[in-house]
Design a protein around this ligand. Sequence first.
Ligand code: KG4
Ligand code: ZN
Length: 345
Amino acid sequence: MNPEALRLWDGPVLGIETSCDETSLAVLEGLSVRANVVSSQAKLHEQWGGIVPEAASRAHVEAFLPAMEQALSESGMNLSGITAISVTNRPGLVGALNVGLTAAKGLAYALEVPFVAIHHLEGHLLSPLLDDPDLRFPHVCLLVSGGHTEIVRLEGLGAYRLLAQTRDDAAGEAFDKTARLLGLGYPGGAAIQELAQGANPERYPLPVALEKEETLDLSFSGLKTAVLRLVESEGASLDKPDAAASIQHAIARALVLRGMQATEREGVDCLTLAGGVAANERLRQSLAKECERRGWRFRTPSAEYCTDNAAMIALAGSWRLAAGQRSGWEAEPESTAPLPGPVES
Ligand code: KG4
Ligand code: ZN
């Protein structure tokens, strides 16, 4: 993207992300990530096989100050060097969001610096810019995480159009739920990827929903049912690595299919992949290959900016702050919210 269009806040921005189960604090200056600390609660929630909202809020409170201290120390600065704050306020778990948002307000008040409340998905959508400031618009983004599976057209900063989404489970949820059926830990995506290494993805044919339908929508609930049936019918003879590889193959096939169809239909020549599931190597490689075959650009952030992180939130806030957007004390956490629009004045 041309540097003029990507005008960022002049000075260190503190990014805060607490929408789900990662407490993340980052310091961003221009496009340079001076620190990106992520304290994950995955181990805590593993015992319940999923996220318990009340436990998540408490854990954010505990992790917040140590993570902030670490982010400041890694970036070699004091709190007094922070010139603006960018915080996720939507969508997500309200109690969890509130921890970050309340902290952001307190810090903004005490430091007498502006703050801006950010839509979590805008962070994911813009995350490829952290590694590639030359990213071109318009392009299509395949946004795949534990809570979201969306296909979005990005016309530019703040100009996003939702093209399609999942009709039921998110892609990350499909990884998590099927991993659980295989007796693997939570979160399941990384566990499935690891177990699938070197295994046979063709061993257990699994369905790709809506494959032949005239839609860009996705659906993963049928996959979960198919894996349940597979586990029940195979019993002790189930080859778990092959099952993991087959699951990964089915999810990747569905996402690659829609990614290609959406990019083609929108008449653009660049596809990005963002969100926690974008950390999946098999998916990254397949999309890269298919885009290359068509002469399209493919961009995806490095793995640390795929899963939830505050660097991407600081980036989304940085351009909004530079364009004059500010939030007030009345800003609230919101469990659901449409994609954000242009800068509000
Ligand atoms: O973006 P994220 O950190 O949190 C949400 O906003 O949801 O995404 C978390 C999701 C989880 O479902 C996790 O299983 C999945 O991303 N994930 C992966 C991998 N690493 C994380 N899925 C597939 N392969 C991976 N390597
Ligand atoms: Zn996320």
